[in-house]
Design a protein around this ligand. Structure first.
Ligand SMILES: Cc1ncc(COP(=O)(O)O)c(C=O)c1O
Length: 419
């Protein structure tokens, strides 16, 4: 079921306090999930979740997760700046490198973060930009299809990430020559996976690969990084993954490969951690009847891009109307001059009137963070529903001044008062 963990009254109250649209996040829900995840992997002495900052890069949320014992997975220098400002220690930061500027490697090394190299060519880049640490992580890409049973769950062979098996073997030898003593392996082979078998199967691949490479190279296996990818039930008919069962199954695989003592386990969940604990709160502002029936909202894809970008499903409910018959078929749209700007297409919903409060569920990960400014649309505020039942603005909405702020080199913009 989609997340109905908060009653409509909470959203009504929030909308009395803050102009829509805004993303509302439930602090209690986020803490509960972090605790459940830690419980799922409590069998591992040295387990840590590195929350994928890209999913919800808000300092208040990151502080909450820090209090729950999480580290952070960063993918850019600005995300590293956030981690540094919030006082995450080096070993609580994972830096997943991709085709990024060399200075970012230097920055990650200065913070003492774990560096997760994406490619064999990055070894020399890291050597020259911060140096090779004693513990290094490499991202693995086994190629081909990734299947669970007969289902193709992902296509690593088409993904831009990671070392091939041959490159990983060669790269670790090179890293050892350059001073590495221990290594971690990381892979992300399938996104938003609801199948409880994803992590255990991935764990088996990574653990066997790491053990074999350790025996070949003499490097110690420091950790297995299962990355993100555990999904959430966006659709009412989806079944939520059972994180306790997932932890238990990963444990069985671990025990069969390493026995009772072995490397640390790390995860980098984003979506599973915060996705269901966020809602984009909007008002219906327009309706239009042509070849279809349209409801226009005061939010648009600039506030939540996933439906427009991936055709992703986000559940929608209308405050106070959930028990009414869903006998109207609507396209629910934003205001962008872009036909993809639809939060729902031909969705059965109760009759919607202008002024209704419309909730778009599961916006807590890869939601606000993916926002953009097309059509001069501004990104919305973020509000925290705190554990004590109050509301706190944790990011204000953008203003036109924010939109124009980068025009500071243009003398005309200054004269027009645009900055
Ligand atoms: C390196 C890395 N780790 C973790 C994540 C988080 O993935 P998810 O939010 O699907 O759990 C991502 C997402 O893109 C990623 O690129």
């Amino acid at each position: 079921m989609p997340n109905f963990s908060l009653p409509d009254a909470v959203f009504e109250k929030a909308a009395e306090n803050f102009p829509t649209p805004f993303h509302l996040y439930d602090e209690k829900g986020i803490r509960t999930r972090a605790r459940l995840l830690n419980q799922a992997f409590s069998w591992c002495d040295d387990y840590q979740e590195y929350f994928a900052v890209k999913a919800l890069p808000n300092p208040t949320i990151l502080r909450i997760l820090k209090e729950e014992g999480c580290g952070v997975d960063c993918s850019s220098s600005t995300e590293l700046m956030l981690a540094e400002a919030l006082g995450f220690s080096g070993r609580d930061i994972m830096f997943s490198a991709n085709a990024m500027p060399n200075e970012e490697f230097t920055y990650a090394r200065r913070l003492g973060a774990f560096v997760n190299l994406d490619d064999i060519s990055h070894i020399d880049i890291l050597r020259d930009n911060g140096g090779i640490p004693e513990t290094i992580c490499c991202r693995y890409n086994p190629g081909g299809d990734f299947r669970i049973g007969t289902f193709v769950m992902g296509n690593p062979g088409e993904a831009k990430y990671g070392f091939t098996p041959e490159q990983l073997a060669e790269g670790l030898v090179r890293l050892k020559e350059l001073g590495a003593k221990r290594f971690g392996v990381h892979a992300f082979l399938s996104s938003n996976t609801l199948d409880n078998d994803y992590y255990p199967i991935l764990a088996g691949i990574l653990m066997r690969t790491a053990k074999e490479l350790s025996e070949k190279t003499g490097l110690e296996v420091a950790f297995i990084n299962l990355s993100g990818g555990v999904g959430i039930p966006y659709r009412p008919e989806d079944e939520a993954p059972d994180i306790l069962k997932i932890g238990e199954e990963v444990h069985k695989v671990y025990a069969s490969i390493f026995g009772s003592h072995g490397p640390a386990i790390k995860t980098e969940l984003g979506r599973w951690m915060t996705g269901p604990e966020g809602w984009l709160v909007t008002h219906a502002t327009h309706h239009k009847d042509t070849y279809r029936h349209y409801i226009g909202l005061d939010a648009c894809a600039a506030n939540l891009m996933r439906p427009a970008m991936y055709g992703a499903y986000h559940h929608i409910t209308i405050v106070g109307k959930e028990d009414l018959p869903h006998d109207h078929i609507y396209d629910v749209t934003g205001s962008l001059c872009e036909n993809n700007d639809k939060f729902a297409i031909e969705r059965p919903l109760p009759e919607i009137k202008e002024g209704d409060l419309v909730l778009i569920h599961d916006s807590g990960a890869h939601g606000h963070a993916m926002g953009y400014n097309y059509n001069g649309r501004l990104r919305s505020a973020e509000v925290l529903y705190t554990q004590d039942g109050s509301f706190r603005l944790i990011r204000r909405a953008e203003t036109p001044q924010d939109y124009f702020a980068t025009l500071d080199l243009d003398p005309v913009a200054g004269a027009l008062g645009l900055k």
